[in-house]
Design a protein around this ligand. Structure first.
Ligand code: CMX
Length: 434
């Protein structure tokens, strides 16, 4: 058994025993109650699921196994001479709760390279789709097209003991994560680069190889990919993509079914698709105003026009956060370190100055600050990736790390089928009348 799998097994079995004790001693104790507002309003903040890989504080932002993003930038292994953390390290941390060594991370890069071959029928399936199929649709379909190879599904059919679910889920998750850069790069090159597919380099790290297969050999872009794929990986369990993964997986659907579902949730404009919406919206502003150096007054007016036409300002607001998203700040820091005088980056920074005021003045927006999606597109545009309807695929490749680690934990802990109670409006009306 490999070291990651062994550590994951040991840690998860200890937590499983802990949970058993908690249930035995405190099973009926209340941790929360649900208001009518929460019931109708998308279950905001209702404490109702276990998710150990990361936790989100409204004021402070995300912590992965207790570490915030600046700490991870210091502690996680990097390539020699590199400044940004390797996503492999974050996966190891989420699976085991331990910061990995450089050797652990090198092993994981090699292991994913070994598992990264994608069956030809997956590419044939993508080629058969009509031109213009959204990259996220392609991504979700490609993931489902690999379901045939699920070890979990095969072993379940053969009568797998439930104590072995974690093992099959680990193998499937490792295989899925290993293959996603190949698939995502294929989608990019097939859709936007005349099907000119670039071969992988098994000696590179996961993100470095992905950047290469996308066709970007600029070292700063590669560093950006390492950062990007690390910071988008997980945002505790309640967000739509993680929760979908958890829900679908709770039926004992395998990682392919679950992750495809998770990506369908990420593809919504209020969630991950906001990263494409931000750049689309900025490009439209530049076109409408006829300049890529708009004044702050012009930007303010454009924001007001957006709101007055009944649309949201993309990249701003959050269901949980109440401060600027540390993932936005990490990307801003990257731009300050690596990019000088880029007009689109400057617009993003001007928006950061103006949007919160405007949104606050509406009196209803709970969080007027930028989220992760407000900055990412401008960095990609800077390095030449202007095809913004591809951006959510990048988010999805990263999100696979967190939600797959989460699903491995779900099966190792033996968490049950998820099944909350719904009520009818009639029931609620009668309840409130009494
Ligand atoms: N622009 C305009 N109005 C906004 C807004 C924004 N960026 N953010 C919130 N509001 C509005 C809501 O639409 C809601 O209006 P109504 O009462 O008229 O329906 C009101 O303010 C209250 O909403 P909220 O409680 O502050 O926010 P929610 O928890 O309901 O929604 C979110 C959170 C992210 C969906 C919302 O802020 C939004 O639509 N933002 C823009 C889209 C976006 O950037 N999404 C990406 C989020 C990060 C991610 O998942 O990737």
């Amino acid at each position: 058994m490999d070291l990651l799998k062994e550590k994951f097994y040991q840690k998860s079995q200890a937590v499983k025993a802990q949970i058993k004790d908690i249930l035995k001693e405190h099973g009926t104790k209340r941790v929360d109650e649900v208001s009518v507002e929460q019931l109708i309003g998308g279950m905001r903040s209702v404490k109702s699921m276990l998710w150990d890989t990361s936790s989100l504080d409204p004021e402070e932002g995300i912590r992965f196994r207790g570490y915030n993003i600046p700490q991870l930038r210091d502690l996680l292994p990097r390539v020699p001479g590199g400044k940004e953390p390797l996503p492999e390290g974050l996966f190891w941390l989420m699976m085991t709760g331990e910061i990995p060594t450089e050797e652990n991370v090198r092993w994981l890069s090699g292991e994913w390279a070994k598992r990264s071959n994608v069956a030809p029928h997956v590419f044939d399936t993508l080629r058969a789709l009509p031109a213009g199929t959204h990259p996220m649709t392609q991504f979700s379909i490609a993931v489902l097209a690999m379901q045939n190879d699920s070890i979990f599904a095969q072993k379940y059919e053969d009568g797998m003991n439930k104590n072995d679910y974690w093992d099959a889920m680990y193998e499937d998750s490792m295989n899925l994560i290993a293959k996603l850069p190949r698939i995502a790069a294929f989608i990019y090159r097939h859709t936007f680069r005349n099907d000119d597919i670039i071969a992988p380099d098994p000696n590179l790290d996961w993100a470095g190889n992905f950047a290469k297969m996308l066709g970007y050999d600029n070292l700063d872009f590669t560093a950006l990919m390492r950062l990007y794929l690390t910071i988008h990986a997980d945002h505790e369990g309640g967000n739509a993509s993680a929760h979908t993964m958890h829900l679908v997986g709770s039926t004992l659907s395998d990682v392919y079914y679950s992750f495809s579902g998770s990506m369908n949730a990420l593809a919504g404009p209020l969630h991950g698709l906001a990263n494409q919406e931000v750049i689309k919206w900025i490009f439209e502003m530049v076109e409408e105003l006829g300049t890529n150096q708009p004044t702050k007054e012009q930007i303010r007016q454009y924001i007001l026009d957006t709101l007055n036409s009944g649309k949201v300002v993309p990249g701003y607001g959050h269901a949980v956060l109440r401060k600027p998203d540390p993932r936005f700040i990490a990307q801003m820091r990257f731009a300050q370190d690596n990019i000088q005088n880029d007009p689109i980056v400057q617009i993003v920074w001007d928006l950061f100055e103006i949007v919160p005021d405007v949104l606050s003045s509406l009196g209803k927006v709970k969080n007027p600050w930028p989220n992760v999606d407000a900055h990412s597109g401008s960095l990609l545009v800077h390095y030449g990736m202007t095809e913004y309807n591809y951006y959510t695929v990048l988010f999805g490749v990263s999100r696979a790390l967190g939600v797959s680690a989460g699903l491995c934990w779900d099966r190792a802990l033996g968490l049950p089928l998820e099944r909350p109670k719904s009520i009818t409006t009639e029931w609620l009306t009668n309840f409130l009348a009494n």
